[in-house]
Design a binder for this molecule. Structure first.
Ligand SMILES: Nc1nc2c(c(=O)[nH]1)N[C@H]1C(S)=C(S)[C@@H](COP(=O)(O)O)O[C@H]1N2
Ligand SMILES: [Mo]
Length: 217
């Protein structure tokens, strides 16, 4: 059950980062809003959580590649699997320590597509139809940037951007695009959803967005 006040918060307020809620409730038209595990807050700029049957899922890898790909969940499972336990930190201040992430390194996906690593940037697209993100090629090839199919040892939930989301460990959470549907290899960085709204394009935790002084290692 949910009170009208909470519905008002959900539907009426332009809260920072389009925060939805961490309360347990079902709101008609918005689907289920569950308590987020481990202190996560569930964000969506569209007001909803797009649904995708994993059987229908495709991750398109296009642009400056020798082999354009349209990867199924099974295709992703056939690529080398990587896990890492690392923190998730939103630029608004909340942080979840020691999250177990699993999936395929973005660099392995790019290698499978024969991505031109002399291209300078990548664009990321969401099947929510609204959110986009960017990385430079150097950033994308790091060994802590993951095409994540699993969080906490479970498939990425719908609320967290399942079945596949991006996880950019060294950067603030807004780089970790949810409901990922496409990766495009391009010649120049195209600023993402929050970046055209003022956030730093290079979102290093600690060093960007005027927060702290010290870049992380
Ligand atoms: N598609 C999409 N991806 C997104 C967002 C969003 O609103 N839509 N919010 C971003 C922000 S600001 C953060 S902090 C994280 C939050 O991830 P979570 O909702 O799994 O906690 O998702 C990022 N990726
Ligand atoms: Mo965020």
């Amino acid at each position: 059950m949910i009170g009208l006040g909470a519905v008002g918060v959900l539907l009426g307020r332009q809260a920072q980062e389009a925060i939805t809620s961490t309360v347990s409730a079902t709101v008609p038209g918005l689907g289920s809003i569950i308590p987020a595990a481990g202190g996560f807050r569930i964000y969506t700029v569209t007001g909803g959580y797009p649904a995708m049957d994993p059987a229908d899922y495709r991750l398109d890898v296009t642009g400056n590649v020798t082999t354009p790909l349209s990867l199924t969940m099974a295709d992703l499972a056939d690529l080398p699997q990587t896990s890492m336990t690392k923190d998730f930190q939103c630029v608004t201040g909340w942080r979840v320590d020691d999250v177990l992430w699993s999936g395929v390194l973005l660099s392995d996906v790019l290698a499978a597509a024969g991505a031109s690593t002399t291209s300078s940037a990548l664009r990321f697209f969401s099947f929510d139809g609204a959110y986009t993100e960017s990385l430079t090629m150097d950033q994308a090839l790091r060994d802590d940037v993951l095409v994540a199919t699993s969080m906490f040892g479970e498939p990425v939930t719908r609320e967290h951007g399942g079945p596949v989301r991006l996880y950019v460990a060294p950067m603030y959470g807004y780089k970790s695009l949810k409901w990922m549907s496409g990766i495009e290899v391009v010649d120049e960085v195209v600023p993402g959803y929050w970046e055209v709204r003022g956030y730093d394009i290079d979102a290093w935790v600690g060093a960007s967005n005027g927060r702290d002084d010290e870049p992380i290692a």
